[in-house]
Design a protein around this ligand. Structure first.
Ligand code: ZN
Ligand code: ZN
Length: 88
């Protein structure tokens, strides 16, 4: 029991999630962002974790592990470690 190699730990909420519930996988082995966290971000108005402005649908999205949030990929230069992500 407890052999959950296919689960990922969500960096947003810290929960273990089966791969099917993960929105994006992150380069750190076994981590990702779950669909709940992505949905919450969308419901909150897609505000950038760096500059606070809204991320429009046509703009590239990044995940900022240090800030535990999504934002503009254009803001990544102010946030080392940002990861470009593609949201469905
Ligand atoms: Zn999550
Ligand atoms: Zn921004």
């Amino acid at each position: 029991m407890g052999w959950f190699t296919r689960d990922l730990t969500c960096q947003g909420c810290g929960q273990q999630r089966p791969k099917g519930a993960v929105l994006v996988s992150l380069p750190q082995k076994g981590t990702g962002i779950c669909a709940d966290c992505g949905g919450r971000w969308a419901a909150d108005g897609r505000l950038c974790a760096v500059c606070g402005a809204r991320v429009h649908g046509t703009q590239e999205v990044a995940y900022f592990p240090e800030r535990r949030g999504f934002g503009h990929y254009d803001c990544a230069m102010d946030a080392p470690g940002a990861l470009k992500v593609t949201l469905p």
